[in-house]
Design a binder for this molecule. Structure first.
Ligand SMILES: C[S@@+](CC[C@H](N)C(=O)[O-])C[C@H]1O[C@@H](n2cnc3c(N)ncnc32)[C@H](O)[C@@H]1O
Length: 270
């Protein structure tokens, strides 16, 4: 079947402009991407040969952080920059632990939203909102309108692998602060993003490559990421490479954790 006739391809999408959502899907072995995304992915892999492991480690962190939040009593999640559904989506992890969990996904990318809508059509406890997470008022209004989340109870806010697409000019600390202020005490933040701290040369090359996509990248230092957790108490082990955040059984395949490329952590709203 031609790509343009499949059900997950939204009307009017610009197939010539590669997106981070479809690049990430390709790196994770998914099939919801187009020729220009795959071409970008090959340039990304040349710039950062560990890109596939980085994506898998990030996904693994996401899973472990959701389970951690569930162990800490949370039953509702707002997943900002949720991406194209793949193996181990937040609602699957959450519903496996407790079918009563509620999940609202948010992404601005057309394929991510179309595929999520297809997957969640008959699921009463999970939905997706198509919106730009850098406009918190719109995202929060649309999230409230779904009726799925109770903002008087703690919410697990997830920002996994997404804030490296938010430039300083958009004031990321203020954006995160708006979500923090909208959620009840005891809410948690799961956060991960690319850094230059671990592999600076590769990161610089990746930034160059991504300038040709619709999602240019802005790596941050560990100190800058810690500052984004303002108003949250960062839980142990702090802000660390994804592979080192509550690993299941030691390190995945014994690799150097710095090759995880992305720094991650979880905070509890004070
Ligand atoms: C690398 S994927 C991460 C997916 C998932 N959170 C994970 O960690 O596996 C980043 C996602 O963030 C989305 N994204 C980037 N900037 C965004 C914005 N301003 N508003 C909403 N979504 C955004 C992209 O479309 C993409 O689907």
């Amino acid at each position: 079947m031609a790509e343009s006739t499949t059900t997950w391809v939204p009307e009017g999408i610009d197939l010539d402009r590669p997106s981070a959502a479809r690049l990430y899907d390709y790196l994770l072995g998914g099939g919801h991407n187009f020729a220009h995304d795959r071409e970008l992915a090959h340039r990304f892999l040349k710039a950062q040969p560990h890109a596939r492991e980085i994506a898998r480690h990030n996904r693994s962190f996401l899973r472990r952080s959701v389970l951690f939040m569930i162990e800490n009593g949370l039953r509702q999640f707002l997943d900002l920059g949720s991406g194209i559904p793949t193996v181990g989506n937040v609602h699957e992890i959450a519903h496996n632990a407790d079918p009563a969990c509620r999940v609202v996904y948010v992404d601005y990318e057309e394929v991510a939203c179309a595929h999520s809508n297809l997957m969640l059509a008959s699921n009463p406890n999970a939905t997706i909102v198509q919106a730009d997470l850098t406009v918190p008022e719109e995202v929060l209004a649309a999230t409230r309108a779904t009726g799925l989340l109770d903002f008087d109870q703690p919410i697990g806010v997830i920002m996994a692998g997404v804030f490296h697409f938010v430039p300083d000019a958009k004031e990321p600390a203020k954006i995160i602060g708006r979500y923090r202020d909208a959620t009840a005490d005891g809410s948690m933040l799961s956060f991960s993003q690319f850094t230059r701290d671990l592999m600076p040369e590769e990161m610089d090359r990746v930034v160059e490559v991504m300038k040709s996509s619709r999602d240019p990248m802005f790596p941050r230092t560990r100190e800058e990421i810690i500052a984004l957790f303002d108003g949250y108490e960062i839980v142990e082990p702090g802000i660390v490479p994804t592979a080192l955040w509550h690993p299941d059984t030691g390190l995945d395949d014994g690799q150097d954790p710095n090759l995880a490329g992305i720094l991650a952590g979880v905070g509890r709203k004070r």
